[in-house]
Ligand binder design. Structure first.
Ligand code: B1M
Length: 220
């Protein structure tokens, strides 16, 4: 039943039927469905299909914008349930940002929501964030981790620029830096000297817990 409803949510997102998508997401969450499954299988996986159709010329930019807006509205319904499912605080701050020049924020928001679920205090600087603003936030908030998201091959190098800006400000050793986003690889993370990398939101949480030495990873 839940699987059918999640498939229904995916269908509504693909059909750009905002009313239906929001109603199904609400029914799933009110009915006690696992919020992580709703987010991953109902919404995130479906955005990959949106991307495939866009590449194939079956969808145009305004339709992708509409799909992203439906994702955002559904995420607003799912996120409180996701965070409530966590129910503990770790005492570690994370500053999240999509780097300068990049307007893609759905994946970054999803990573941030799952980090909150795990108990991190997340400060989201938004999208298209210049390196200087990230340096400022690290100075002000003294986070344990900075998470950088890039979805465009042209903005991936900006992750290296943020690391350089932190180094320049004398803050690099005070914070762990994690990178991610569809075109980002483990190899790239190593190359630029980042401390962590993850290909998706659940792995991002695992990597973040490892970076702060959380005991939940022992025996995992
Ligand atoms: Co854009 N776009 N887009 N887009 N868009 C891509 C990325 C693209 C691959 C589509 C394609 O193939 N044509 C392509 C990039 C190609 C490339 O760089 N080689 C592309 C392009 C070209 C563009 C524009 C240039 C199009 C144009 O204007 N001509 C333009 C650029 C604007 C800009 O940023 N300056 C553009 C614009 C847009 C929209 C605004 C319409 C919209 C974004 C809306 C928004 O985010 N608010 C959009 C969308 C929706 C997409 C696709 C279809 C979907 C992205 C998405 O939201 N996925 C995307 C196609 C694709 O990815 N295959 C595409 C769902 C999301 C949950 O997944 O973001 O991958 P994702 O996040 C994952 C992981 O990557 C990871 O975990 C997340 C959850 O599992 N992750 C992290 C992300 N951040 C992480 C950080 C971590 C760890 C893991 O640690 C800190």
């Amino acid at each position: 039943m839940v699987d059918e409803e999640i498939a229904d949510l995916a269908q509504a997102l693909l059909a750009l039927d905002e009313q239906r998508a929001v109603a199904v997401a609400r029914a799933l969450i009110d009915g006690g469905a696992d919020p992580q499954a709703v987010l991953q299988r109902g919404l995130a996986d479906t955005m990959l299909e949106v991307g495939r159709r866009w590449n194939a010329g079956e969808l145009f930019l305004p339709e992708v914008v509409a799909a992203a807006e439906i994702f955002r509205l559904c995420n607003e319904i799912v996120e409180p349930a996701l965070i409530a499912a966590g129910g503990r605080t770790l005492g570690h701050r994370v500053v999240m940002a999509t780097v300068k020049g990049d307007l893609h924020d759905l994946g970054k928001n999803m990573v941030g929501a799952m980090m909150k679920t795990a108990g991190f205090e997340v400060h989201d600087l938004g999208k298209d964030v210049p390196a200087e603003r990230i340096v400022e936030a690290v100075r002000e908030l003294e986070p344990s981790i900075v998470g950088l998201s890039s979805l465009l091959t042209t903005t991936v190098p900006e992750q290296r620029a943020v690391l350089a800006a932190l180094e320049e400000a004398g803050l690099r050793r005070s914070v762990k830096v994690m990178v991610g986003g569809a075109p980002v690889t483990e190899e790239w993370a190593r190359q630029i000297g980042a401390d962590g990398f993850a290909p998706n939101a659940p792995e991002a949480v695992r990597a973040a817990l490892a970076l702060v030495g959380d005991e939940r990873l022992a025996g995992a």
